[in-house]
Design a protein around this ligand. Structure first.
Ligand SMILES: [Zn+2]
Ligand SMILES: [Zn+2]
Length: 220
């Protein structure tokens, strides 16, 4: 990718990606704009609408009143989070931001939300949600959709089976004995995670899912 820089209407620098053939990509979500431009070289917006993130360049591409203290790039991150949440956080879309826009993967990971919560035994644990509020499986990191009406506690006691790692919550991840500080939920989840990783032969996809969704670095 090649990048050109312009100043937008509020004086912030915008990085515009182009491929080798000169095709422009959306500076917010990284989708190919094909025969359109987001901004002209002079910095004027084109009034085009991005087909993927739906932002109209020249209309809703600068911080709104609600976000007036943010820079344009910080505001773009908010739009990116909403956009990623629609898929939700599909690897292909995350890679688009990394490969086309050159966004630091660490910055994307920080867009996820980390929650401190408790399970039904009163044990403290950390869970991750994507920006839409969907829960990430604490064992394998896959995003669970349509659990919005469950609380965290309900999720951990739901008896639901994860479609990816097959962990049955409240059964597989609970100890037989009363809570033991030497065997916290994180430790039990780690054991289940290792079993799952062995089952999928530590695939790159599994390792990436853990890194992106649970901020975990694992190696065999
Ligand atoms: Zn876009
Ligand atoms: Zn899982």
């Amino acid at each position: 990718m090649k990048y050109e820089y312009i100043l937008n209407s509020v004086g912030d620098q915008i990085k515009l990606p182009f491929d080798e053939e000169g095709i422009a990509y959306c500076p917010i979500c990284g989708v190919s704009l094909e025969h359109c431009l987001a901004y002209y070289p002079c910095g004027s917006p084109s009034e085009e609408i991005c087909p993927s993130c739906n932002i109209q360049f020249g209309d809703d591409d600068v911080p709104t009143a609600e976000y007036k203290d943010l820079s344009t790039e910080e505001y773009f991150d908010i739009i990116r989070k909403q956009w990623l949440g629609r898929f939700p956080w599909k690897q292909e879309k995350v890679n688009q931001l990394i490969n086309i826009l050159g966004i630091d993967p660490d910055r994307l990971r920080k867009m996820r939300t980390k929650h401190h919560t408790q399970n039904h035994l009163g044990e403290a644990c950390v869970m991750y949600r994507d920006p839409q509020g969907n829960i990430c499986c604490p064992v394998c990191g896959i995003v669970w959709e349509d659990t919005s009406d469950w609380g965290f506690e309900n999720f951990l006691a739901s008896l639901e089976v994860c479609p990816c790692c097959s962990t049955q919550f409240f059964l597989d991840d609970y100890p037989d004995t009363p809570p033991n500080p030497h065997n916290p939920p994180e430790k039990r989840w780690t054991a289940l995670r290792t079993a799952w990783l062995n089952k999928v032969d530590w695939s790159d996809q599994a390792i990436t899912q853990l890194k992106n969704n649970l901020d975990l670095d694992v190696s065999r």
